[in-house]
Every structure is written in structure tokens, then in C-alpha cells.
Design a protein around this ligand. Structure first.
Ligand code: ADP
Ligand code: MG
Length: 592
């Protein structure tokens, strides 16, 4: 026999398994979802790699997943014909955790409980495999990678700190390619090995797996068989000869066979009219390992120059744990070509980086299957797709903003408002789409944010411009002397309190033909100039100004008479071509 090698788990793995088993005990059945989604991932990887390396498919077996149960022994086997694992991959994948630590997992677990969200968590942390130990005492993984000519067996037990790996030698256990998982169920969990139960779970959890899943089921058919008639009933025809009569009877013939258990049509190919919101949400959570429903979704087909189908989503929360909000490499868009998964590794090719929070799938028949990053970056088709996707994303966001439920958009704004403001700076072409989605506090609404449309609606007949003041907080915006005259005139002033606000507004320049005007700049014109009176005042106070300027010297550019105050005696303003006080503050903050 070949040697059995013993390996220790990375310390984090042991802790994690413990955590999973103890925190998810009430929802054990998720193990099946996790193991099936690993099988499906393995098939996806194989199908993708085989586009450029057809030799990987040399063992002509179908791409599918098979789940077999033995209810008497309490055993479940899950077999896929996917990419499999080499010996080294077994160690790397099933003995160590790549990215996410236990602490992160714990925190998310707590958050999700607080949010009352369901358990889609394990998958999100790349620890799905260990959920096998929710129900198993012992797990055996026998796997054959097309890159290796040997098949290896990984074996682990619940609550153990080590596992073993050996070469598979029993001829009857050899598989052409892929992975076979054997779960030896815990005594109390043997019920999962009931064929009907497993069939129900597969149906429930693998709704969106695009490979066929078969379960091993007992079947029956009826047939007529001839039976000899009961001798007691045999008639005597009188002349003493007993005549044997033939009779037929219906019996049920039983046998076992594989039964297709899922529907493999991808959800995006279905008719939008026939897909329910729940199905869209489930697909989202499953595909992107999310545990909260999305805020909105949009399912569409485009025709004409370029044809593709897509479902886009706006998540309910921004990803946690990252300070920089704009991460273009999010794996948020999954590109398929003719239903084959191609890539989710994009860097602004399909969405501008400020919209990189949008998640979704895109399936096109017009791209080549072996599409590469270079092709993506240069393709005219991709450029057209991008344009349409962006437009659809804006429609979807606009939809949230018009929802009856104002809270939805507040949630959106809290999470992704910054992204849209960045869009004002980076995407001139879409200013018209972005501007109506912006929200600000104002002098007349400092509890609830308002839209620019609401601002314009509230403008006074004699008011020409949209006024704003940039400040570091609502309190200082509220108390600035610049406001005084506008308050008297009942003109609303936007409070730009987020550092990016001012730059965003300056990039927009105007909204509905009304200019944005900074009320702290020196030439503020409120449309109420009284030349006569100004002249009078200038004569009266001109020398006072000269005197103050002399005293302050270089500290100020000039000292002027102004009509902008009503109760404060003086105010410091910025020159009209200079930075606003707020910008000065920001620039200073950046240079130290
Ligand atoms: P995740 O699926 O999020 O990566 P898992 O704990 O579920 O995390 O699986 C860990 C890794 O083990 C996978 O990334 C994959 O490389 C490998 N793996 C698990 N199941 C299979 C399988 N059936 N076939 C091939 N590789 C697998
Ligand atoms: Mg997984």
C-alpha cells in the first residue's frame, strides 16, 4: 500500500471548523449547498480552462454532479467531473485558509444575526468545505486532476487537528476526472442520507447551478405478470379433469437509477416576466455570496448592434473592512460568453470604477469564447456593452430613488453616495444621469437630505442660482455669517459637508440651467443691487475700509463694503478666483 501522510491543519482552520460547527448547528443543511457549489465551481473552472486547453477534456465524461445516498449506513457521496485537485492543491485548499481570518468570520456572523439575515455566510468566507463537518464524523475526498496522473485521497475527522493524504489505489474507486466526496454522517444526522430528503435539499439549494445534478433514486414501474390460478379456485368441469387457468396480476418492479434533479437553464435566459423577485434575490445571494437581499435588480436583453443579456443588482450594503470605497477590482460582474463563465476579473472594462459597486451577470453571444483581457480592452463590442450597462445601472438607481419607500434611497445614498459624487468628477458624459441622484442637506432641511430637483422646486421666483456653502460640519454651515442675507431672502442654501461635495458640484457647474454659486465668494450677487445706496455707503465707509486694510496688511487681499450681511458686522470671504475656505482647509489637511 502507498504511504499515508499525516498533515496538521493551519491553526486557524481548526478554530474555524469549531466556530462553524458551533454557530451553525441549527442550520446544518447548508452543508449541501456549500459542497454542491464547490462541485459547480470545479466544473466551471474546467469548462473555462478547456477553452484554451481542450486536452483537459480528453476523458470524455459529461460535466455533471451526482449525489448518492445510503440511508442504512448513513453515507452521502457527491461526485463531480470538474477540475479536481492535485496533491499540493489538496493541502493548499483543504488544510489552509487563504484570505479570511476567523475574526472577520465571527464579526460577519454577528452582523448577520443582528440584521436578521440568513446564513449565506460560510460561502462568503471561502470556508464552505468545512461545513461538511456540520453533519459528518468523517469526510473522504478522492480527487483526480487532469494535470496529474494520480488520484489522491484526503481524509479528515470532525474535531481533529490533522488530516491525511494518500494515493488512491483501489481500482474500483478510480475516477476519470473530478472529485468524489464521501460523508460518513454523525449518528443524529443520518436522516440526511434519505434519498427523498436529499432530493428535496438539492432542489432547494441548487436552483441556480448550471450543471445537471443527478440524485440516486428508487423508481418503480408496473407490469402485468401471469400467475397460476389458485388451485382451490380451479373449476371442476364435471368430467373430473381439472383445468389449470392462467390469470394476470399487476406488480410493481423496483429499481434504482439517476434522476435529474435541477433545472439547468440559467436565470438570465428566462423570460423576466416569469421570474419572481425572490428568485432574483436568491440568485444574487448565491452568486455573490451575499447574505442580504439587494436593494434593486434589473434584468434585460439588448438587441441591435450588440446582443447580450444581463441581470444587474445594487447591493444593500457597501463592502465592509475596506476604507477606500472605490475598488475597481471587485469581482462584481461575471461575464459569460454563450453561457460559459469567462471571467469576473475586470478593471473598469465593463463599468467605470465609480460604479464598481454594481453587481451582476452579463452573457453575450457576440464575443469570442477565448476572450482575453486585451481583447476586452480594445473591443468595440465591449465599449457598446459598457455604455448600455451604465445606462441600465442608472435607470436602476433612479428606480430606487423614486420608490415609495424613502428609506431605500437613504440606504443607497449612505452606502454609495460617495461613488456618485466621484462620478460627477470622472464622468462628464453622464452628468445628466448623475445629478438628479445627488442628495444634500440644506439651510431649510438639515435633517433630511434633498435632491437638486427639490431645491429647484423650492427656488424663489427672483432667484437665479443654486446656492451652496462648503463646510466641515452641519453646525458650522448653519452658523456661518454668509448665510444671513440668504436666510432673510428665504433663499435655500445647500450645505456641502462631505469633503468631496464641493469638487463634485464644481464639476457639475449647473443643474437645469441654473449655476451653482458659492455664497462665500466675494462677488456674490443676490440680484438685489441698489447702485444709489451702494454709492452712498461707499462714500461713508470707504476710508474705514482703507484703514482696516492698512492695519491688516498682507493678511487680506482687500477690504470691501458688502451688502451680504444682515446682523454680523463683517465676514471673511474668498476671492472669486481663489479656493474657497473649505478647499483651503482640505488642501492643508492633505499636505500635512
Ligand atoms: P471556496 O469555495 O470559497 O474557495 P471552500 O472551503 O468551499 O472555499 O473550498 C476551498 C477550496 O477547495 C476551493 O476554492 C477549491 O479550490 C477546493 N475545492 C473544494 N471542493 C472542490 C471540488 N469539488 N473540486 C475541486 N476543488 C475543490
Ligand atoms: Mg466553496
Amino acid at each position: 500500500d502507498p504511504p499515508v501522510e499525516k498533515y496538521e491543519y493551519q491553526a486557524e482552520v481548526s478554530r474555524l471548523m469549531d466556530l462553524i460547527v458551533h454557530s451553525l448547528y441549527s442550520n446544518k443543511e447548508v452543508f449541501l449547498r456549500e459542497l454542491i457549489s464547490n462541485a459547480s465551481d470545479a466544473l466551471d473552472k474546467l469548462r473555462f480552462l478547456s477553452v484554451t486547453e481542450p486536452a483537459l477534456l480528453k476523458d470524455a465524461v459529461d460535466l455533471d454532479i451526482r449525489v448518492q445516498t445510503d440511508k442504512d449506513k448513513g453515507i452521502i457521496t457527491i461526485t463531480d467531473t470538474g477540475i479536481g485537485m492535485t496533491q499540493q492543491e489538496l493541502v493548499d485548499c483543504l488544510g489552509t485558509i487563504a484570505q479570511s481570518g476567523t475574526a472577520k468570520f465571527l464579526k460577519a456572523l454577528k452582523d448577520s444575526k443582528d440584521a436578521g439575515a440568513d446564513n449565506n455566510l460560510i460561502g462568503q468566507f471561502g470556508v464552505g468545505f468545512y461545513s461538511a463537518f456540520l453533519v459528518s464524523d468523517r469526510v473522504v475526498v478522492s480527487t483526480k486532476s487532469p494535470k496529474s496522473d494520480k488520484q489522491y485521497v484526503w481524509e479528515g475527522e470532525a474535531n481533529a487537528s490533522s488530516y491525511t493524504i494518500r494515493e488512491e489505489t483501489s481500482p474500483e474507486k478510480l475516477i476519470p476526472r473530478g472529485t468524489r466526496l464521501t460523508l460518513y454522517l454523525k449518528r443524529d444526522d443520518k436522516g440526511f442520507a434519505h434519498p427523498e430528503r436529499i432530493q428535496k435539499l438539492v432542489k432547494n439549494y441548487s436552483q441556480f447551478v448550471s450543471f445537471p445534478i443527478y440524485t440516486w433514486q428508487e423508481k418503480g414501474y408496473t407490469k402485468e405478470v401471469e400467475v397460476d390460478e389458485d388451485p382451490a379456485e380451479t373449476k371442476n368441469d364435471g368430467d373430473g379433469k381439472a383445468e389449470k387457468k392462467k390469470k394476470t396480476k399487476t406488480v410493481v418492479e423496483r429499481y434504482w437509477d439517476w434522476e435529474l434533479t435541477n433545472e439547468t437553464q440559467p436565470i438570465w435566459l428566462r423570460n423576466p416576466k416569469e421570474v419572481t423577485t425572490e428568485e432574483y434575490n436568491e440568485f444574487y445571494k448565491k452568486t455573490f455570496n451575499e447574505y442580504l437581499d439587494p436593494l434593486a435588480s434589473s434584468h434585460f436583453t439588448t438587441e441591435g448592434e450588440v446582443e447580450f443579456r444581463s441581470i444587474l443588482y445594487v447591493p444593500a450594503i457597501a463592502p465592509t473592512g475596506r476604507d477606500d470605497i472605490i475598488n475597481p477590482k471587485t469581482r462584481n460582474i461575471r461575464l459569460y460568453v454563450k453561457r460559459v463563465f469567462i471571467s469576473d476579473d475586470f478593471d473598469g472594462e465593463l463599468f467605470p470604477r465609480y460604479l464598481s459597486f454594481v453587481k451582476g451577470v452579463v452573457d453575450s453571444n457576440d464575443l469570442p469564447l477565448n476572450v482575453s483581457r486585451e481583447i476586452l480592452q480594445e473591443s468595440r463590442i465591449v465599449r457598446i456593452m459598457r455604455k448600455r450597462l451604465v445606462r441600465k445601472a442608472f435607470d436602476m438607481i433612479l428606480g430606487i430613488s423614486m420608490s415609495e419607500n424613502r428609506e431605500d434611497y437613504e440606504k443607497f445614498w449612505e452606502n454609495f453616495g460617495k461613488n456618485l459624487k466621484l462620478g460627477c468628477i470622472e464622468d462628464r458624459e453622464n452628468h445628466k444621469r448623475i445629478a438628479p441622484l445627488l442628495r444634500f442637506f440644506s439651510s431649510q432641511s438639515d435633517e433630511e437630505m434633498i435632491s437638486l430637483d427639490e431645491y429647484v422646486e423650492n427656488m424663489k421666483p427672483e432667484q437665479k442660482d443654486i446656492y451652496y456653502i462648503a463646510s466641515d460640519s452641519l453646525t458650522s454651515a448653519r452658523n456661518t455669517p454668509f448665510l444671513e442675507r440668504l436666510v432673510v431672502k428665504d433663499f435655500e442654501v445647500l450645505f456641502l459637508v462631505d469633503p468631496i461635495d464641493e469638487v463634485a458640484i464644481q464639476n457639475l457647474k449647473s443643474y437645469k440651467e441654473k449655476n451653482f454659486v458659492d455664497i462665500s465668494k466675494e462677488d456674490l450677487d443676490l440680484g438685489d443691487k441698489n447702485e444709489e445706496k451702494e454709492k452712498e455707503i461707499k462714500e461713508e465707509f470707504g476710508r474705514t475700509c482703507d484703514w482696516i486694510k492698512k492695519r491688516l496688511g498682507d493678511k487680506v487681499a482687500s477690504v470691501q463694503i458688502s451688502n451680504r450681511l444682515s446682523t454680523s458686522p463683517c465676514v471673511l470671504v474668498s476671492g472669486k478666483f481663489g479656493w474657497s475656505a473649505n478647499m483651503e482647509r482640505l488642501m492643508k489637511a492633505q499636505t500635512v
